[in-house]
Design a protein around this ligand. Structure first.
Ligand SMILES: *[C@@H]1O[C@H](CO)[C@@H](O)[C@H](O)[C@H]1NC(C)=O
Length: 174
């Protein structure tokens, strides 16, 4: 038993060192992508990596996982799309219904929007409202969330509106 434990911890530490080495050599920008793929559990760490990637590498929004979804280069459960916006299910749902509404325009975050984006921002909320209705969340209610920057745990630098529903939410959010 003791041997088994020692072996297990040996392999665990090997695994940790390998992961640590991979982390230090892999460009942070790749890590951010890697983590959005559902393999990185810590949302806050994920946001930190993505934020660092954005700072260090002038992260191009064209290169996020969401742009790949827009260009149909990677599959997504798309619920709605029009000329300005697209809505699809979050691959890591945190509620029974968890949908993202994003602009086709590669805006990195709400803070990066300008006055010319006012109609687009309104449109995104309108799409969120209609999608929520289609998902039968109208009567029970739903939460709309926009995470902006590191403290808010924004994990992908392409503006996205979360629609969360299907369970009782608490306040304040974590
Ligand atoms: C959604 O709720 C609003 C406000 O109660 C109501 O006006 C509207 O008709 C509802 N829509 C649907 C599809 O139930």
């Amino acid at each position: 038993m003791a041997l088994l434990l020692r072996r297990t911890s040996f392999y665990a530490s090997r695994l940790f060192l390998t992961a640590a080495a991979a982390l230090s050599v892999a460009p942070r920008v790749l890590m951010a992508e890697f983590c959005t793929d559902g393999k990185c559990n810590d949302e806050v760490e994920k946001a930190k990596l993505a934020s660092e990637a954005a700072d260090k590498y002038q992260f191009q929004p064209q290169d996020t996982i969401f742009s790949k979804i827009i260009r149909k280069e990677i599959p997504a459960d798309i619920i709605y799309e029009d000329e300005k916006a697209i809505a699809f299910r979050d691959v890591n749902p945190v509620a029974p219904t968890h949908i993202l509404v994003i602009p086709r325009k590669p805006l990195t975050q709400l803070a990066a929007s300008t006055e010319e984006d006012i109609p687009l921002l309104g449109h995104l909320l309108w799409v969120a409202k209609n999608v929520a209705e289609k998902e039968n969340l109208n009567d029970s209610g739903y939460r709309i969330v926009i995470n902006n920057g590191r403290d808010a745990a924004q994990s992908v630098y392409h503006l996205h509106i979360h629609i969360l529903g299907g369970r009782q939410m608490s306040w304040p959010p974590g």
